[in-house]
Every structure is written in C-alpha cells, then in structure tokens.
Design a protein around this ligand. Structure first.
Ligand code: GDP
Length: 386
C-alpha cells in the first residue's frame, strides 16, 4: 500500500526544512518565497520497534547493504509513507497566483494533507504575513483549496446534468439513479464550499462520504496541522480553535483523534542526525519529532500494522483498521485473499516472551483464526492457504 501525504503551507513557514528533515535528502531551502518549485516526493520509513525486536528474535539475516536498507529492501522491512512537498501555496493560488493551479493538482493524488503553519517568531526569517498567526494561515490555505474544490464540483455538476435529466424518465436505469444520488451529494458539498467551509469539517453520511471520496476533493482529505514552533510559542487560543475545527472530523476514532502536532522544525532538523543514544544523552525523547509525525500520519489514515517474521525476513505490513485476515493476506499477495484457509496468529509481544514459536505453540498462545477474524495492530500472522 503506497501512502502519501502532501505538505502544504504558505512560503517560509518551514516546509522545505521539514521535508529535508523527513527524508534527509537535500532539497532547495532559501529564505524567500517560491524557493521550491517542483514538488518532490520523499519515501520515509515508519519507525517500528516491533520490527526491530521481532527481527532480532527471528535472527533474520542482515540487510545486504546500507543502500538496500535505506530502500527498505533487505530483510528487515518497515512500512513506508511518502511525503510530497507541495511548494508555494499563496493567496490567490486557485486563480493562478504564484505557482498557481499547476501544483495544486499534485495535492489531488495524496491520501492526506499536512498543513504546516508558522508559529515561530524569528524576525530574521521573512514572513509573507503581517504577523505570526497560524489560524489565519490555515484560513488562507483553506480558501485556496475550497476554491479549487468548487471548481471540481461545478464541473462535475455540469457533466452530470444530462444524466440527471435522463433519470427523470420512467425507465430510469440504475446508472441514472446513481447520477441523482451523486448530484444530491455534490449540491450539499457545493453549499458548504460556497459558505467557505472545509468539507472534512462537515457531517456526511457514510454513503455520501464514499461518493465524495471518488472526486479526490482537496478539502475532504484527512488532514493534520503542524504548528512549527516551540510549545510556548503556540497559544492555548490557537489550540482551542484547531480543536473546534477538528471537532466535526469524526471519521477517525470517533472524532477523538487530535490532529495537530507542535514541532520545532528548526531544532528537529538539527537533531535529526543524532542517534537514539545521543538523543537520550541530551535528554531528548527517544522518538524524534518527525518520527512522531510519521506515526501520527499513519494513525490519521486509520491504518495499522501486522507483522510477519522468519529467518529470511521480518516485515511490517500496512492494512486498514477493521481488515479481516483474508484482507490482510491480500496485502502480501493478491492470491492470498482467494486462497485463504486459515491464519495462525499471535500478538508480537507474546511471541517474544515465549522465546520461540515452538514454546508459544506449547503454551497455546498461537491461535488459529478463520475468514472472519479482524486483525489487530501488532498481530504476527502466518497464513495457510489452499
Ligand atoms: P518553506 O518556504 O515553507 O519551504 O520554508 P523553509 O523550510 O525554506 O524555511 C524558511 C526559513 O525559515 C529557513 O531559513 C529556515 O531555516 C527557517 N525555519 C524553518 N523552520 C524554522 C523554525 O522552526 N524556527 C526558526 N527560527 N526558523 C525556521
């Protein structure tokens, strides 16, 4: 499953620095607007101690080379998330200001959007805004994305009009009836967008959401807000307002998911090259801020991990929460879903505690599960197929 997250933000808020920290790749950073013209993609490993521990447990072979390790080939394979640096979103972008329409289309392809909002107050760094105000920045970005969505919705409404007229005919086909349903959802979305409301913050039924998702609307994508600054630079008022914005975004964990993160990107950038040991010695948390961001993105998308382990390979597989054992099998090979017979399942920590597969089996910790089994985060699975 290839996941991608688009990074958006006004110029000079720290997007390039974040991207560089995330990917540890060199991208152009400069203290002026429109520094980064081409959107770049960086594939990032999802840090996962379960992979590390199971890999040691199974004495999986060492990665063949450092390069392969970086590409998560070799024998220890982490899940990945792709970050797309979408540069230079400015006021008026939807009408072609700045880099305009061209790059907005890149956001269409991502699974989620990360808003980078400036909270740091360093006066040396040119701010395209009058003052540091993350909420105002969010609004500017929202307006551009809303305008783009309106354009998409209007186009779709126009092209559907004929189908809807046909559907009024008594011999209405199933397809035409779908057209009516689609039109209703589009009108509802249009109403919100016309009131400058972001779709992800509005209430839609499950059916409506399914239809909306198919249009890849920019304001309907799951989103995270990254406040670039130190915790003391972010006011409670800002956080409270973002919480209000988040309140209706009930699609993740019943709305309790806190989809913002305060991160001092400047410091993270400098700390990124430190090892875990060095982080501990300096009193920094073991997980870097960007690691936390990656994990949070993963959570945002309603994803979870199951694991496979053996001497040859230990690997994290990405699936959706609620996926059954055959769905999980399909992550490994499309055949596994059809040919699924049963799965042998054990929670990763239980396996490590047992000391070996044989012992775990003796202790009755390995369960045999059928087609209906809903996979849990951290399950180690062995599939049996016909
Ligand atoms: P972009 O235009 O959004 O990609 O912004 P950049 O990443 O190029 O950052 C613009 C400038 O702000 C650079 O000089 C960065 O070094 C600086 N910068 C980025 N993040 C921080 C931060 O957290 N604190 C401070 N003080 N400066 C930062």
């Amino acid at each position: 499953m290839a996941l991608s997250i688009g990074i958006v933000g006004l110029p000079n808020v720290g997007k390039s620095t974040l991207f560089k920290t995330l990917t540890k790749k060199q991208v152009l950073i400069a203290n002026y607007p429109f520094a980064t013209i081409d959107p770049s993609v960086g594939v990032v490993l999802v840090p996962d101690e379960r992979v590390d521990k199971l890999w040691e447990f199974s004495k999986s072979a060492l990665p063949v080379s450092a390069t392969q390790k970086a590409l998560q080939a070799g024998k220890k394979i982490y899940a990945t998330v792709g970050f797309v640096d979408i540069a230079g979103l400015v006021k008026g972008a939807a009408e072609g200001e700045g880099l305009g329409n061209k790059f907005l289309s890149h956001i269409r392809e991502v699974d989620a959007v990360l808003y980078v909002l400036r909270a740091f107050k360093n006066a040396d760094i040119i701010n395209t805004q009058q003052e540091v105000n993350p909420l105002k920045e969010k609004e500017i970005l929202d307006v551009e994305l809303i305008l783009k969505d309106l354009e998409t919705v209007n186009k779709r409404v126009e092209s559907l009009a004929g189908d809807v007229r046909a559907a009024k005919n008594p011999s209405t086909s199933l397809m035409a009836r779908d057209a009516i349903k689609e039109m209703d959802v589009l009108k509802k979305a249009k109403e919100f967008l016309s009131q400058q409301k972001v779709l992800v913050e509005q209430e839609f039924t499950e059916d409506e959401s399914e239809i909306l998702k198919s249009f890849q609307l920019l304001t309907f994508k799951p989103r995270l807000y990254l406040l670039n600054g130190k915790p003391k630079e972010v006011s409670q008022e800002t956080l409270d307002a973002l919480k209000v914005y988040n309140k209706n975004d009930g699609r993740q964990n019943g709305g309790i998911f806190e989809n913002y993160i305060i991160l001092d990107i400047g410091t993270e950038y400098e700390a990124e090259s430190l090892s875990i040991q060095e982080r501990i010695e300096l009193g920094l948390p073991e997980l870097s801020g960007t690691d936390m961001l990656i994990k949070k993105s993963y959570e945002l998308l309603g994803l979870q991990t199951f694991l496979t382990t053996g001497e040859d390979e230990t690997r994290a597989w990405t699936i959706h929460k609620g996926d059954t054992a055959p769905n999980a099998g399909a992550a490994i090979h499309s055949d596994f879903e059809q040919k699924f017979v049963k799965a042998e399942v054990i929670f990763w920590e239980d396996l490590i505690k047992a000391g070996s597969y044989t012992k775990a089996r003796e202790m009755g910790l390995i369960r045999t599960e059928g087609k209906e089994y809903v996979v849990k985060d951290g399950d180690v699975i062995e599939f049996k197929h016909g």
